[in-house]
Each structure stands twice: as structure tokens, then as C-alpha cells.
Design a protein around this ligand. Structure first.
Ligand code: C2O
Ligand code: CU
Length: 485
């Protein structure tokens, strides 16, 4: 049997497009998911988020204090946890000092009412400096989610405006421990300023990566875990651009949820996690004193991201057989009766990107924020208009409420595009390039020239953003609206 090492070596370290095309082998299913969630709590979780510049000295900054933009004095990332069935009530205040630096908060992956979705000009007015906005909703699904702003996002996310949202109540058997791993880069210049967050080079290609990699604000942290235990790892790629291929060496592990939604536990050698992807992993930690390492294999040489150090006596004997999570209550699309639509994700060559003449603020936003400086990308030959998010284009498609849809997502470019839908969760049916287990995802990776089929029930009325989650691609045209009416 191949060890992970020899598999990775034989796969050419999984770097470059050849490895991309090949992909990891088909994953092995371990167990089915548990029965759907029982009805749960009914309380209120009240949270206050204040977006402000806070001088912050994350351990990965090497002794420097940098002017992050964060949501809380707790630093980066704030973590909001609530129980399934609880209502989340969030007051968001904009205390950013920069003139016109407006915000809104998008609850990524949550199937919530449209007016709580946090998209400026589409679902709400922007929250300007000095203003606040109250969000309230009951997340319908358990799992690992996150939140971030939705305007000038390359910079706002780059400076730190994001947090983790965890909805508890999905475990069929309690795991022995849980660790959160929030993965992202920071772009730090030699003089200690942050950036760049946006470059033409990056926007037109694979995105602008930072130069300091981190997990929970630390460079290659060591996380103590109980020995011989089934440890739940909530791993989030909250980077604006960097694709990561996660794998663990030194321990057995299985994926139990993707984008927060339970999947029958499966083991695999490595899993691509694009920007915005969350993985819930169960790892059987090594015996007392042993270590296991989380790697990013999407690099010429695997990059160690974090080390798990087993402490105390072993908690479990027996073979690794991770308990599944409870299945989510996502409506099942009717594939036989579904309407089929195709979406081409392409470059913007030859695509008009004029501001619609009827846009109220057309032409007035040069130099303001949310500016789209160039247009490089398009969806079905339509690019988000090249001025400002306030210039809202007509929908890419209008979907019948309650109807099932199968989308064929086609990447016509030589670059990666993780495609995110708001307000719904896709069931990923398959790819022309990879063996994927059927799973749910709100952000679907498209490899170069890949074609992926997804299905869902368009059950949530409203205008929903549909865009690439490489933020510089989103901000240079690869964004549109799906209307459910
Ligand atoms: Cu996390 Cu519209 O995005
Ligand atoms: Cu993209």
C-alpha cells in the first residue's frame, strides 16, 4: 500500500497543472451521515461587531504591530458560536476612519433571508462610517461558516475584516476535542505596511498572494491535542486568493463536512480548499507524545501549516472509525425534472462592461471605494459593470422559486475559479476531471478547463450574488446576480 509520502511523491508533489488535472484518487467512504438535526434551542445569541482599525501584533507578524481592520478587540479572527435553532442578532458598527469606507457583513454559506445577506446596493444600503446595521436570523444549518464584508473586499478582508461562525449541534457522538484552524496569508511590506491587496497581475491571473502564511495568526503553530483521540478540526481557508490543498501526515483522518454541511466520512490523501472553503475533519491523534502535521500540498514542496502534539494518555484504542455528523436539512433537488442551465466562467475579452445608463450613480464613483478598476472576467459573457457595486446589472438568470435546477459550471480559462452562490447550497454532482464524492458546497472549485455539475432547489426568494471567491476576480467582473422569484 502506498504511504502518503510515496503517493505524494508519485503524484509529482501535486504541484502545477499536471497534478491538478490528475487530482487525488477517489476517496473511500467510511460511514453514512447521521439522521437530520432534531429541533434544537430557541434562545438568542447577541453579538456586537465593531469594524475598526486596531493596531494588532499577531504572532506571525514577527514582533511587529500592524494596523489591522478587525471586528473585535479580541483580534483576528473573532469566533461567534451559537446553538442550532438559536437566533443570531448582530449589531455591526462601522468605526473605520477612512472617508467613504463603507461595509456590510455577508454571512457566507448561511441560507438566510435575502435582506440579511449583507450585499451593499443589492440587499441593503452600505453601512457608512459612523453608521450601524442590525442583522437577525436563525441559521438553518449547523456547521462551520464564516463572515466577511462584501465591498472593497480585497482590501477589507486583506486587512482582517472577517470572522468565524459556528453553529453547534451536528455531532451524533461527541468527539474528544475540537480545534479551529483559520488559514490565511497576510501581505506585509518591508516597511511594515500592509498590502498590496490588489494587483493587476494578480487580478488577471491567480490572485495576489500574501507573503506571510498563518494559522490562527501564527506561523506554523503547534496545537496540543489529547493523545489517541478523535479530534474535530474545523479548517477554514479565509484567504482572499490562495488555493490550499490540505492533507495530514502522521495520523488517520477523514473529512466529515464540506462548507459546513455533513458528508459521509471519507478518507482521502488531500483535499483542495479554495478561498472560502471550510473542511470539518476528524483526526485520530497520534499516541502520547506523537505529532501529526497539517500540510499544504499545493506548492512545489509541501508546506507545513500546523503541528498537532499529542498530550496525556491515549483516549481511544480500536480502529479509526470517525462518527459522522448529522445530515443537513437541505432540500433535495429533483434531478429528473430540473431545469438545466449552463454558466461559462471566462475572461472578459470582447465582453462589454459599460455601466448601465439607468444606474443612479453611474460615473460618480471614480476614486471612491468599491471601484472596479478593470474588467478581466465574465460569467456568460456578462461582467459586473466596471464602475462600482452600486451599478447593479440585470440578473444572469431568473429562477422559478421552488424549482430544481442543474447548473453546468464551465471554466473556460487556464485559472482556478471557486464559484460561490449566496442564499443556497449546491449539491455537487460531479466533475469531468475529478472523482468527487457527492457532497454539498456553497463554494465550488473549478479547476482550469473543468466542468462541474451542481444541483439545488431555488427555494430562497431574492437577488443572490453568484461570483468567484478569488476576490480580485470577483472585483474585476466575475460576479453576477441570480434572481429567485
Ligand atoms: Cu464569501 Cu459573496 O461571498
Ligand atoms: Cu476566479
Amino acid at each position: 500500500m502506498l504511504t502518503r509520502r510515496s503517493f505524494l511523491a508519485s503524484a509529482g508533489a501535486l504541484a502545477g497543472s499536471a497534478a491538478l488535472a490528475a487530482g487525488p484518487p477517489a476517496p473511500a467512504l467510511l460511514r453514512a451521515t447521521g439522521a437530520p438535526h432534531p429541533a434544537a434551542g430557541a434562545g438568542v445569541k447577541a453579538v456586537r461587531l465593531v469594524a475598526a482599525e486596531r493596531p494588532t501584533a499577531l504572532p506571525c507578524f514577527g514582533g511587529r504591530t500592524l494596523p489591522l481592520w478587525t471586528f473585535s478587540d479580541a483580534g483576528f479572527p473573532p469566533v461567534v458560536r451559537l446553538k442550532h435553532g438559536e437566533r443570531l442578532e448582530v449589531r455591526v458598527e462601522n468605526a473605520l476612519a477612512r472617508r467613504n469606507e463603507h461595509i456590510s457583513v455577508h454571512w457566507h454559506g448561511i441560507r438566510l433571508p435575502n435582506d440579511q445577506d449583507g450585499v451593499p446596493y443589492v440587499t441593503q444600503e452600505p453601512v457608512r462610517p459612523g453608521e450601524s446595521f442590525d442583522y437577525a436570523f436563525v441559521p438553518p444549518d449547523t456547521g462551520t461558516f464564516f463572515f466577511h464584508t462584501h465591498c472593497n473586499t480585497a482590501e477589507q478582508l486583506g486587512r482582517g475584516l472577517a470572522g468565524v461562525l459556528i453553529v453547534e449541534g451536528d455531532e451524533t457522538e461527541a468527539y474528544d476535542a475540537e480545534r479551529l484552524l483559520v488559514v490565511r496569508d497576510w501581505a506585509i511590506q518591508a516597511d511594515g505596511t500592509l498590502g498590496p491587496f490588489f494587483t493587476q497581475e494578480g487580478a488577471a491571473r491567480r490572485g495576489t498572494f500574501g507573503n506571510v502564511r498563518s494559522v490562527n495568526g501564527e506561523a506554523q503553530p503547534t496545537l496540543p491535542v489529547p493523545a489517541g483521540a478523535d479530534v474535530r478540526l474545523r479548517v477554514l481557508n479565509v484567504d482572499a486568493a490562495r488555493m490550499v490543498q490540505f492533507g495530514i501526515e502522521g495520523a488517520d483522518w477523514a473529512i466529515v463536512a464540506i462548507d459546513g454541511i455533513a458528508v459521509p466520512p471519507f478518507s482521502t490523501k488531500a483535499w483542495w480548499a479554495s478561498p472560502a472553503t471550510r473542511l470539518d475533519i476528524v483526526m485520530r491523534s497520534p499516541g502520547p507524545g506523537g505529532t501529526a502535521v497539517l500540510y499544504d500540498y499545493y506548492a512545489p514542496d509541501p508546506v507545513p501549516l500546523a503541528t498537532f502534539l499529542s498530550e496525556g494518555p491515549a483516549m481511544r484504542g480500536g480502529p479509526f472509525d470517525p462518527a459522522p455528523l448529522r445530515a443537513a436539512g437541505i432540500p433535495e433537488p429533483n434531478l429528473g425534472r430540473a431545469e438545466r442551465l449552463r454558466f461559462d466562467f471566462s475572461n472578459a475579452v470582447g465582453v462589454p462592461s459599460a455601466v448601465p445608463a439607468e444606474a443612479p450613480d453611474a460615473g460618480q464613483f471614480i476614486g471612491d471605494i468599491c471601484l472596479t478598476p478593470q474588467t478581466f472576467w465574465a460569467i456568460n459573457k456578462q461582467a459586473w459593470p466596471g464602475q462600482d457595486h452600486s451599478a447593479v446589472p440585470p440578473p444572469l438568470a431568473t429562477l422559478d422559486r421552488g424549482r430544481s435546477y442543474v447548473f453546468t459550471l464551465v471554466n473556460t480559462t487556464p485559472h482556478i475559479h471557486p464559484i460561490h452562490i449566496h442564499g443556497h447550497t449546491f449539491k455537487v454532482l460531479g466533475s469531468n476531471k475529478r472523482d468527487l464524492p457527492v457532497h454539498h458546497a456553497d463554494t465550488v472549485l473549478l479547476l482550469p478547463k473543468e466542468r462541474v455539475e451542481v444541483a439545488f432547489v431555488a427555494d430562497n426568494p431574492g437577488d443572490w450574488m453568484f461570483h468567484c471567491h478569488i476576490i480580485e476576480h470577483q472585483e474585476t467582473g466575475m460576479m453576477g446576480i441570480l434572481r429567485v422569484a
